[in-house]
Design a protein around this ligand. Structure first.
Ligand SMILES: Cc1cc2nc3c(=O)[nH]c(=O)nc-3n(C[C@H](O)[C@H](O)[C@H](O)COP(=O)(O)O)c2cc1C
Length: 238
């Protein structure tokens, strides 16, 4: 079911304001802990916080958010994107809306998790607007030809992935059965916060490749060709 949501989901910014009940919050917390990591050796943690614990300048009526923490190790931002995009899709599968919130901060910087740093927030709650698009034409995304060297329909889930400011920083190069994933160094990367968002975006696109190919998906690092204007993220077989 979750993989179909890749073709329908959208960010929800309008919520009814009704809190999500405790049993559902428990299910969400359990799903966060059980989602597949991209890098299993990186410790990651999430916690549900109330909107009073968050500094954010838009008047969204979401009573609760997910705060994500991680160890700071190579690949940790991609790992956060990978794990919590699975959570994003799960939230939609149970009828809730959600939106990554790169611009939000925890009010109490003292909120910490055992050696991990705060990474990002995800707003979620009962949606006032539909969390699903009626069809693919409603996605505003680059065409496939702009994100890969070989038009490959298997990249459609990555193409439709959400990204910060819809920047879609990904590019995919084929070599035999392997797909090398790269992120654009252009524009936003020069900005520290938004630059780290691009790494989260890459993990999100990889998550869409994983959930649509859960049995075959493999992620690894290899000797990939250099690509001008891009940084290598990792390689995938599907
Ligand atoms: C890492 C990340 C951070 C984001 N931060 C924000 C944010 O701070 N505020 C916001 O309104 N949307 C935010 N978004 C949502 C994007 O703007 C949205 O995913 C993108 O425009 C594509 O639209 P869609 O998710 O509806 O398909 C973020 C998305 C990602 C992936």
């Amino acid at each position: 079911m979750r993989n179909e949501l890749v073709f329908r989901r959208r960010s929800v910014r309008k919520y009814t304001g009704e809190p999500v009940d405790a049993a559902t919050l428990e299910t969400i917390t359990a799903f966060c802990a059980a989602a597949r990591p991209l890098y299993p050796d990186i410790k990651i943690h999430s916690r549900i916080v109330s909107k009073e614990q968050v500094r954010f300048y838009f008047p969204w009526k979401t009573p609760q958010l997910i705060a994500v923490f991680s160890e700071d190790k190579p690949g940790y931002l991609e790992n956060v994107g990978f794990v919590f995009q699975q959570v994003d899709l799960f939230l939609q599968s149970i009828g809730l809306g959600s939106c990554w919130l790169g611009l939000g901060k925890l009010r109490d910087v003292g909120i910490q998790e055992d050696g991990m740093e705060f990474v990002i927030l995800i707003a979620f709650g009962h949606p006032e607007e539909s969390p699903l698009r009626s069809d693919i034409s409603q996605f505003q995304r680059k065409p496939l030809a702009e994100i890969t060297d070989t038009p490959d329909i298997r990249l459609e889930p990555a193409r439709l992935a959400p990204s910060s400011t819809n920047s879609q920083p990904w590019y995919f190069v084929h070599e035999g059965d392997t797909i090398h994933a790269y992120r654009s160094e252009a524009g936003l990367l020069r900005h520290k916060t938004l630059g780290s968002m691009n790494r989260i975006d890459m993990g999100i696109a990889l998550a869409h490749m994983y959930v649509t190919n859960p049995d075959a998906f493999q992620f690894f690092s290899t000797e990939a060709p250099e690509l001008k204007g891009y940084r290598y993220t990792g390689s995938v077989t599907l």
